[in-house]
Design a protein around this ligand. Structure first.
Ligand code: C5P
Ligand code: C5P
Ligand code: ZN
Length: 483
């Protein structure tokens, strides 16, 4: 859908309004507390606002979190900052913020579905308020980018980070995995500043840096059964296609292949996917590649998708400040540490994927959904990443997937829900479903139509799953589920 001038202006005006509110507080030397989400998009958002505030010499602090809870509320109430800025989260908590923090000046820069009625102390920038799709046309870091740009034109240098954030949220939903909508404007800004190049190529991780078989094996989107996660089999696959993995002693990278070799590889991968019945993944093989010109070649920061995985790793492995520092420009110790965390993260993802696949009963099939019972075994912070990967290789892509892990100390289960656009096109909205089902189970849920999450008291886990299964059916029949 092309955005209209009215939508774009409305959105940008609200970003300018937020920019003014932030700049005013800075001028008054007020203390600003930023809260951001712990995934790629949230860390990118934190990096952009952090850099913008740093440029203004503001007094600020950034805190990364998986959700807004009682602990955070109490902290805010006791520390009483002059301004609260929520980035890549907040829109799902409007009621809570309005009720508990009525005396605070608040700016929300988010792209999640909005739930609740806001009070006048909140400046709320969200694409959904302008009928712009927050699941594909702009991410949380994009909302922050436009706000930062309105604060100071110099912040245009953060455009590539907003591209990384959008790709981390899998917003490359336009033809051939292109970023569209407001994201396209960010891409244009970055291109004009000379910091980004966009090319069409095979979409695989490490295209610039790694041996081809490792590149194939470490790619999970598209997820290729028998190749993703399997270096030995990837190598055998290449050899069977007569593609030499080495040039003399040196491993070849994807970029070293001739056009003819690339074509051969691409059509063999397509055949392989088709033989597994994964038709919809074939179109995902070739796509737009976003290259960060100012980053060193041979590093994971050069390719925006690889950069996004590095950030995700720091957030989900409890080292979010490393990711934020990298976004703000640290290319020394924070980057070095992040690379180590990335390796650990890859191993951890591999372990959990293996665990799910090991026993079929770990992925239960209900009438309308799949359920993966991560229980006490899976780390709650990794659930979102694992469910994203598995939903792409699901035996029946028609069925949304939910997965949970227990967070025993807090007495809750953390749920992640994922589906495909073809299912949201049929009326399923996982954000709504998570919200409605969690409300009924004394929990809290929300998110996007394609990807959403919830926290639910442990004792209500089974009721919650049953409810979600029913709500999906209702939405497929076109019934309203109401909150
Ligand atoms: O909170 P936030 O919007 O940043 O997170 C969105 C999450 O949903 C990310 O973890 C992203 O990987 C996931 N997602 C997905 N499929 C989509 C859109 C988002 O798995 N189509
Ligand atoms: O945690 P997970 O990656 O599964 O979350 C998917 C999406 O749902 C994210 O955008 C996240 O911010 C959102 N979410 C939410 N409210 C919750 C849980 C998750 O908006 N209670
Ligand atoms: Zn986001």
């Amino acid at each position: 859908m092309t955005l209209t001038e009215k939508q774009i202006t409305g959105f940008l005006d609200s970003a300018s309004h937020a920019a003014e509110t932030i700049s005013e507080t800075v001028k008054e030397k007020g203390i600003i507390h930023v809260f951001s989400h712990f995934d790629t998009d949230g860390l990118s958002a934190a990096g952009i606002i952090g850099r913008a505030l740093f440029r203004l010499d503001a007094k600020f602090r950034i805190r990364i979190t998986q959700w807004i809870d009682e602990k955070i509320m109490n902290e805010i109430l006791s520390e009483k900052p002059q301004l609260l800025v929520f980035t890549d989260l907040g829109s799902g908590y409007i009621d809570l913020l309005s009720e508990k923090l009525a005396d605070f000046k608040i700016v929300i820069l988010d792209h999640h579905q909005v739930s609740g009625q806001q009070t006048s102390n909140i400046v709320h920038v969200n694409p959904h308020l302008h009928e712009i799709d927050g699941a594909r046309d702009i991410s949380g870091s994009g909302v922050v980018y436009f706000t930062a740009k309105a604060m100071d034109k110099a912040n245009v240098d953060m455009a590539p980070i907003a591209v990384v954030g959008a790709l981390g949220d899998m917003q490359d939903k336009y033809d051939q995995r292109m970023l569209g909508g407001m994201n396209e404007k960010i891409v244009e800004d970055a291109k004009n500043a000379g910091s980004l190049t966009v090319e069409k190529d095979l979409i695989f991780f490490g295209r610039e840096t790694r041996p081809i078989h490792r590149t194939l094996a470490s790619t999970t989107n598209p997820f290729i059964p028998g190749i993703s996660g399997e270096e030995d089999k990837s190598l055998a696959f290449l050899v069977s296609l007569d593609i030499r993995p080495k040039q003399g002693e040196k491993w070849r990278a994807l970029r070293d292949l001739s056009e003819e070799e690339k074509k051969r590889l691409c059509s063999a991968l397509a055949d392989h996917l088709l033989s597994k019945g994964l038709h919809y993944e074939v179109s995902n093989l070739i796509g737009h590649v976003y290259i960060l010109n100012r980053e060193e070649p041979w590093t994971p920061l050069r390719d925006a998708r690889e950069f996004s995985v590095l950030l995700n790793a720091t957030g989900r492995m409890d080292k979010p400040s490393l990711g934020v520092a990298v976004c703000m420009g640290d290319r020394s110790s924070a980057l070095e540490e992040s690379n180590k965390v990335l390796e650990k993260y890859r191993r951890s993802i591999g372990k959990y994927l293996g665990w799910v696949m090991e026993k079929p009963e770990r992925m239960e099939e209900l009438k309308n959904i799949y359920v993966i019972h991560g229980g006490d075994y899976v780390e709650d912070k990794i659930v979102g990443a694992i469910s994203s990967i598995i939903s792409m290789s699901s035996p029946n892509p028609e069925k949304p997937l939910i997965m949970y892990a227990n967070v025993k100390e807090e007495g809750i289960a953390k749920f992640s829900a994922r589906t495909l656009d073809m299912i949201t096109d049929k009326g399923v909205n996982l954000g709504e479903i998570m919200q409605v089902a969690a409300d009924k189970c004394l929990g809290k849920g929300g998110g996007h139509n394609v990807a959403a999450g919830a926290q639910v008291p442990l004792k209500n886990v089974n009721t919650f799953i049953k409810l979600v299964n029913e709500l999906v059916e209702k939405q497929l029949k076109g019934e309203k589920i109401g909150s």
